[in-house]
Design a protein around this ligand. Structure first.
Ligand code: HEC
Length: 151
């Protein structure tokens, strides 16, 4: 049984960089001891805004353009890293923020991040993004995935 799960998980991971990794892989991984659903790092809980905060979205967009756009597009295809379309559906907000603020810890400990690395072949660089900046980028990601933005 374990072997079958592993094979299934690998199958899902192979498509990771195409943006097709989904909740199936998440739920399988949740049987691991590390709590990969949120990522094994300092961000434990992220309260979300509904509707989104327009100021944070626009700050997040600027940060994205300056620091992330060289490797991540806003729709599907992989450039160097995975496209961001649907990222807020395939990952928890805590996981995303941990990935942005502590990518080295995530790549060392988190099976989902490790699977992405295997597929993308390039390590996402640690750029010293503050928790506040990461939160604004997350807000922008939700806007990019079509969540309504407030005034
Ligand atoms: C030099 C290229 C590069 C830059 C710049 C970069 N990333 Fe990445 N990113 C990657 C790669 C490659 C991965 C896949 C994991 C790996 O291979 O390390 C990734 C993965 C991610 C993921 C997980 C995506 C998913 O589908 O689960 C998030 C979230 C992310 N990056 C956010 C950011 C943010 C935010 C920035 C800007 C502050 C950024 N990245 C800048 C290359 C980059």
């Amino acid at each position: 049984m374990k072997k079958i799960l592993l094979l299934l998980a690998l199958g899902v991971f192979i498509s990771a960089c195409t943006g097709k990794t989904d909740k199936t892989s998440q739920s399988m991984i949740e049987e691991e001891p590390l709590d990969p659903g949120k990522g094994y790092s300092e961000i434990k809980h992220v309260p979300l805004n509904d509707p989104l905060n327009a100021f944070m979205v626009s700050r997040g967009k600027t940060l994205y353009e300056m620091k992330c756009a060289s490797c991540h597009v806003l729709d599907d295809p992989k450039v160097i890293g995975p496209g961001w379309k649907g990222v807020t559906e395939r990952r928890s907000p805590e996981w995303i923020m941990n990935m942005i603020t502590n990518v080295n810890i995530m790549l060392a400990t988190d099976p989902t991040a490790q699977a992405l690395l295997k597929d993308c072949l390039v390590r996402m660089p640690a750029e010293n993004i503050s928790v506040g900046d990461a939160r604004d980028i997350l807000e922008f990601m939700y806007a990019n995935d079509g969540k309504p933005v407030g005034k």
